[in-house]
Design a protein around this ligand. Sequence first.
Ligand SMILES: Cc1ncc(COP(=O)(O)O)c(C=O)c1O
Length: 399
Amino acid sequence: MDLFDKCYAFKRHEEVKAMGLYPYFQPIYENYGPIVKMDGREIVMAGSNNYLGLTTDPRVKEAAIEAIKKYGTGCSGSRYLNGTLDIHIKLEEQLAEFVGKESALLFSTGFQTNQGAIVPLIGKDDYVISDKDNHASIVQGTLISKGLWGSDVLVRYRHNDMQHLEEVISKLPLDAGKLIVTDGVFSMSGNIVNLPELVRIARKYNARIMLDDAHGLGVLGKGGRGTANHFGLDDQVDIIMGTFSKSFASLGGFIAGEKPVIDYIKHHSPALIFSASMTPPQVAAVLKALEIIKAEPERIERLHYNANKVRQGLKNLGFNVLDGQTPIVPVVIGDDLLTFKFWRMLFDNGVFVNAVISPAVPQGMQLLRLSFMATHEDKHLDFVIETFEKVGKELALID
Ligand SMILES: Cc1ncc(COP(=O)(O)O)c(C=O)c1O
């Protein structure tokens, strides 16, 4: 069997394309925040993680441009050697302060951040304990640990099921090093982790906690300080991880925690040491976004108003909308083809959302994932609700 045989045999995407229903890799030609240009038309974007609407904010764009003028377009090397700028250090200091930790460390993407933190932390006799629905970047990090040290190091528990977590963790040696890793806000469902219970279990069984707050920072907690802050548990979470590709209007990621822990990761993480650092415009954009997040908390209020308005509107129409308190609004459709069809009809009518099928969600839970921005106006939200009503009726999903 040739290595590439599986590639030549892979036809599912072509079949869906032939039906005109393929929802992925759709190019955006111009981006104005809530409105984008796709397929030669203006479309309401209801599927971006640009939660605070800052990727198109003139102040953020200007900061990025100024950074290019001062430092150039890239760093051409890793943080470890020749790729550290003064603004990398400034951003690390500001992020540590923002999430209430001693120290922070930047990585070039959020994906790399999870891998980059988990791999050096988990040694031969340690355990990483991971929620089954954690983001793929956590999964990859844990699989590397498993590859390095054997299958015993990786223990998984049912999604947000604290009873199961306690069951699996109680079987591990009490004095062994343990890291519980969880998303703060789960990216597909918008579920928030049961952090109070997770903290109780971690303390009881001598485990450390790493919280991936990609979708919580800038969204939950006081002034957007994230999921731990939302529960008043900032000091109980050992490592907070965040990405810049959502509320922070850029690309990259960070971890924050105690200084010796951050220093250790800084000197042992292949994902950090062997990868070029965040580019100047990316760093400058995050610095400006952070300044705006602190100065304009009303953006967060508006974001929640927007998401709640659509969540309620779609529920009132009879759609199966998962409950939540985040800007993520999942509408369960329950079938691959119907999800693609619904997606296509929304797109044809001027609304972009994300089509999510298995394995990203379990079979039967195929869904349309809507996500909102602080910069959506009521007219955009009304249009999304009206379009859902129209398409839902045409497909006989609602009366
Ligand atoms: C929960 C979670 N963690 C990590 C990441 C990875 O972040 P990035 O896309 O910035 O690399 C994402 C984004 O896709 C995410 O949703």
